[in-house]
Design a protein around this ligand. Sequence first.
Ligand code: NAD
Ligand code: UDP
Length: 349
Amino acid sequence: MVNKTILITGGAGYIGSHTAVELIQAGYKTVIVDNLYNASLGAVDAIGEITSTEPIFYKGDCTDSQFLKKVFTENKIDAVIHFAGYKAVGESVKKPLAYYKNNLDSTITLLEGMKEFGCTKFVFSSSATVYLDENVVKYNEKTTKTNRPFSPYGTTKLVQEYILQDTALGEEFESVGGLQVVSLRYFNPIGAHSSGNLGEDPNGIPNNLAPYITQVAVGKLDSLPIFGADYSTPDGTPLRDYIHVVDLAKGHLAGLDYVFKQSGKFFDPINLGAGKPVSVFEVIASFEKAVGQKIPYKIVERRAGDLPEFFADCAKAKEVLGFETKLDLDSMTADSWHWQKTHPNGFSK
Ligand code: NAD
Ligand code: UDP
């Protein structure tokens, strides 16, 4: 048993729930907070089943300071992993105010609560979307950050990083020993828990490649639209860096170890990817192996904002976290499919 309690905001969501499992299995005490905007209690139940524990769960909103006060009062929190936020790129273009309000306010309110209760360890869910350098495809942590991500969602990630960096380096946490932040910049998480009991459960028609494919495979959608096959890449489709969600979850354990070793004023961004560019056609081929049938697709127009290629330089994660991914593309697609075929309607019965 690790004698540490970790607050996991957004812990009923896709990445948060997988991280909760890994933390509990590593012996941490966890406190899960989620407003269930994009998640269901079924995920909390699944965390309990997989770990044979009764998860500590609070339904509530990270923008609600009184609610957070209750959570911090009832639990001695040693560190926070902050997943809570809205994440749909397309929706953020239509509802920017809602995105700025929820994502920025939850981070600010959480920081205020942490300061009040003397909690100074913060692991943040950031994204490769903070980068943009047209001349670079392999992003390291020093790759130029864009000052205008493609979507309001992306901008909220960039601004949250600035809020965290400025707060870590400012004076407001000095009275409690300084704020230590690790900002984990995720590439493309896919996959599901190997038990088949935990996975991605998107609302409505999925925006992302893997859940779209599994919903085609299970017969909920007719065919996959491939957003362009005329890119200057080996097979014409864009290359991305897919990382198994369980590897990503383990990356948070490494991030926690790292942040616990720090003191004073500290902010450090670290990429979490597999470091291997993979095309849309390669993802489809891997799913076809897992499913045992062809995935129908149709090549359509390019999607606005899609880049031909980007992937992570993982050297820093290896050097400072000792973290490397272990699960390959075929494990990602096999686990995604296992989850989808056993839960065609996600967590709802
Ligand atoms: P998710 O939507 O499954 O999980 C986010 C959870 O936060 C949801 O369960 C939602 O109900 C909850 N939530 C939202 N606003 C809240 C609030 N104000 N208070 C309490 N709970 C709230 O998303 P995910 O894919 O698990 O992503 C987790 C984090 O990782 C997000 O911050 C996301 O932006 C970031 N991220 C995700 C990806 C990805 O591809 N999935 C990539 C990069 C970064
Ligand atoms: N993609 C696609 N059809 C879909 C969804 C995605 O062809 O229905 C492609 C998209 O163009 C990109 C890749 O799959 O090249 C990964 O897209 P996703 O939205 O999953 O992640 P992103 O890299 O955009 O964050």
